[in-house]
Design a protein around this ligand. Structure first.
Ligand code: ADP
Ligand code: MG
Length: 539
């Protein structure tokens, strides 16, 4: 049999380096990651058999742990879907996730590596925090030959065919020598293993066995009443499904009874993932049908602007065979999506009223994405405007539109805003002068998406949204007097002729107080920032 030695892809190697040198202090999680992978593999096998894609025995799907204290090894074995040789090379030898290179370069210069790396879900590689060597033996369901993979976590790994591998995957972690001073970290100790499983993996839907004993309760968290579930259990479940290592900001549980029953357990993360604005970024909702995992990344279950929400939807009345195509058209799914979105927005509203700090975090991390929803349905628009906040000339803290309206002085009947690239740029704009002079508050909109939604949203609370840089804003100032117009007529004509190709019109204005001149767009022109954006996109 031939043993090949292959190199890890450069990015994978970098990540492994970080693991070997153990940047993360909680090493226990390597076991959670292995169990999580096994659980995913068992889900995949069960689904493939249910849909008739594969034939395999699914009567006793399980995860087995084997501890050999003398040899100092710990093995996590599952009879799940397994991997082909090519899959091992592609999945274990490389990191295919988008944004990896960028994240790694940030990791190198950052002290909060552990934090950053959490976003990324190091998964399998975390075994190298505790191991000096890792062996993986796997056979894909339906294939006859298995594969053995081994690495010490340095630059290379070996791979070879195995004739008699059982279906599924076994990962053997060759533990580093025991650290006498730190008995806490002895993973060759059965007691320690039981503790970790109970703590991190209790909800896993398949039995996790150690000898004769099943270590986990296997209860679906979303089916249990909230009062019976500890916060830590929710947190661990969140980490399992989100591949994030931080705590969720908020947990939402829902249950619908009647003609179309479903249960949902949703989480708002405390931090935006690095791929939030990437088209192919990982999305968060898993679909189950009566406790059976059906698919990850169900974009149909949550509007795109709430794509950062993670969680599980377990629907009772869907077919196990449901495909993405059918999901997209299913009326019930559309209904669930609307209800989930509504619930998320009302949760944000509650946070805003009752837990302003959490709300501020949420808006800072996800506000940019949420504002994309202003381009959608009218129902959503209203709800989003209610929970949104914006930078404003009123002070350093963002303001809600309701608070803005409350502060509007007598005589002001529009909500003023200006879009631009940075707060400083907008604040120092000549357009701002007359408004500052009048004491009118102006919203400072500097996210790229702001350029777009302002055109889709006509008003809030009966007040028109008005750009101070577009059209003629009527500040109820006296119009330029006839006398003045006459006085400046030659200058205006001269300017108009000289700038003929650059501007449409040169006119006398009352909007400036200290600057001599400013550029104004027509009411229906696109804004300068938007113009730049389009140009940058090559349009
Ligand atoms: P993630 O789970 O976030 O995808 P991991 O590093 O944990 O990342 O695993 C990488 C990939 O390797 C998985 O997505 C899966 O395809 C494959 N894999 C890992 N462990 C197993 C296993 N026990 N059985 C089958 N495939 C596995
Ligand atoms: Mg994983």
């Amino acid at each position: 049999m031939t043993t090949e030695t292959l190199e890890f892809q450069a990015e994978a190697r970098q990540l492994l380096q970080l693991m070997v040198h153990s940047i993360y202090s909680n090493k226990d999680i390597f076991l959670r990651e292995l169990i999580s992978n096994s659980s995913d593999a068992l889900d995949k096998l069960r689904l493939a058999v249910l849909t008739g894609e594969l034939e395999a025995d699914t009567a006793d799907l399980h995860i087995v742990l084997e501890v050999d204290a003398e040899a100092r090894t710990l093995t996590v074995r599952d009879n799940g879907i397994g991997m082909s040789r090519d899959e091992v090379v592609a999945l274990i030898g490389t990191i295919a996730k988008s944004g990896t290179a960028e994240l790694l370069s940030r990791l190198k210069e950052s002290k909060e590596s552990a934090e950053l790396i959490g976003q990324f879900g190091v998964g399998f590689y975390s075994t190298f925090m505790v191991a000096d060597r890792v062996t993986l033996v796997t056979r894909r369901a339906g294939e006859s030959e298995g594969t053995r993979w081994e690495s010490a976590g340095e630059g290379t790994y070996t791979i070879e065919p195995v004739a008699d591998a059982p279906q599924g995957t076994a990962v053997t972690v060759h533990l580093r020598p025991k650290d006498e001073e730190d008995a806490l970290f002895d993973y060759a100790d059965e007691w320690k293993i039981k503790e970790i499983v109970k703590k991190y993996s209790d909800f896993i839907a398949f039995p996790i066995r150690l000898g004769e004993q099943t270590l986990n309760s296997m209860k679906a968290l979303w089916a249990r009443p909230r009062s019976e579930v500890k916060d830590e259990e929710y947190t661990e479940f969140y980490r399992h499904i989100s591949h994030d290592w931080t705590d969720p900001l908020e947990t939402i549980q829902m249950r619908a009874e009647g003609t179309f029953e479903y249960e949902a357990l949703l989480f708002i993360p405390s931090r935006a993932p690095h791929d939030l604005f990437q088209r192919d970024g990982r999305r968060g909702i898993q679909l189950y049908v009566k406790r059976v995992f059906i698919m990850d990344d169900s974009r149909e279950l949550m509007p795109d602007y709430l794509r950062f929400v993670k969680g599980v939807v377990d629907a009772a009345d869907l077919s196990l065979n449901i495909s993405r195509e059918i999901l997209q058209q299913d009326r019930h799914i559309q209904l669930i999506r609307r209800r989930l979105a509504k619930k998320v927005l009302s949760t944000i509203k509650d946070l805003q009223a009752q837990q302003p700090e959490k709300y501020a975090t949420l808006w800072r991390e996800f506000g940019r994405a949420i504002k994309e929803g202003l381009l959608g349905e009218a129902d959503d628009q209203k709800a989003i405007l209610d929970v949104a906040s914006f930078a404003s000339t009123a002070g350093p803290e963002p303001t809600t539109l309701a608070a803005y309206v409350e502060r509007m002085p007598e005589g002001q009947d529009e909500i003023y805003y200006m879009t631009g690239e940075t707060r400083a740029q907008v604040e120092n704009s000549p357009h701002m002068e007359a408004f500052t002079a009048k004491g009118y508050e102006v919203l400072l909109l500097t996210d790229p998406v702001d350029e777009i939604w302002v055109d889709a949203v006509p008003e809030y609370d009966g007040k028109k949204l008005q750009s101070i840089a577009r059209g003629s804003v009527d500040l109820a100032a006296e119009p330029a007097s006839e006398e003045k117009s006459g006085e400046f007529a030659p200058l205006l004509t001269w300017l108009g002729e000289t700038l003929n190709d650059e501007v449409k019109e040169v006119r006398l204005s009352t909007r400036l107080t200290t600057s001599p001149a400013c550029l104004v767009s027509d009411a229906d022109d696109i804004t300068p920032t938007l113009e730049k954006m389009y140009r940058a996109m090559g349009q």
